[in-house]
Write a protein of this length. Structure first.
Length: 148
C-alpha cells in the first residue's frame, strides 16, 4: 500500500516540476530559518551560563536610537554602582576592532585584531578560571588573554 503512495507522489512530482520546485524551496527556506532562529535563541539563553553564579551577572547596554546600541558602563555609573550595597562587584570591558599590534622596534606587526581593555577586577569577576590560567595570565598577559 505504501509503495503505491510513493509511486503516485513521484509521478506528481515529475508532472508538476515548477510547483514541486516552489514547494520544496519554500520548505527548505522555512526549515533553515527555523533552525537559525532556534540556534540564536539557544545562544542568547546560554550567555554566561558557564559561571556558577550566572543568575547574578548582568550586562548593561544603552539603546541610543533605532540603529545605535552603546554597550558598556561609563565611568561615572561604575563609581555610582560601587556605592550601592546590592552591587557585589563591577568589571568594565572596552572592545576595539581592527587593532594593529606591534613590538617596540616594529619588526612584528599584527593587523586586524580585536582587543579588549578590562578593569583590574575582571579576573576576580570570573572566579571559575583555574589558578593555573590566572598564573599564566600574570606571567604572560599578552599571549594568555589574546583572542586567536
Amino acid at each position: 500500500m505504501i509503495k503505491n503512495y510513493f509511486k503516485t507522489a513521484w509521478r506528481n512530482l515529475k508532472e508538476h516540476k515548477f510547483h514541486t520546485f516552489v514547494n520544496i524551496s519554500g520548505l527548505a527556506f522555512g526549515l533553515a530559518t527555523a533552525i537559525l532562529l532556534l540556534l540564536w535563541v539557544q545562544h542568547e539563553r546560554s550567555y554566561d551560563r558557564f559561571h556558577k553564579d550566572y543568575s547574578r551577572i548582568y550586562h548593561f547596554a544603552a539603546r541610543l536610537d533605532a540603529n545605535t546600541v552603546w554597550e558598556g558602563v561609563p565611568a561615572p555609573l561604575a563609581v555610582f554602582a560601587q556605592s550601592l550595597p546590592e552591587v557585589e562587584g563591577i568589571a568594565r570591558i572596552n572592545e576595539r576592532n581592527d587593532q594593529v599590534l606591534a613590538n617596540e622596534d616594529r619588526s612584528t606587526v599584527l593587523d586586524g585584531f580585536t582587543t579588549a581593555y578590562v578593569d583590574s577586577t575582571f579576573l576576580i569577576a570570573l572566579l571559575t578560571i583555574s589558578c593555573q590560567a590566572v598564573k599564566a595570565a600574570i606571567a604572560n598577559p599578552v599571549d594568555s588573554l589574546r583572542d586567536e
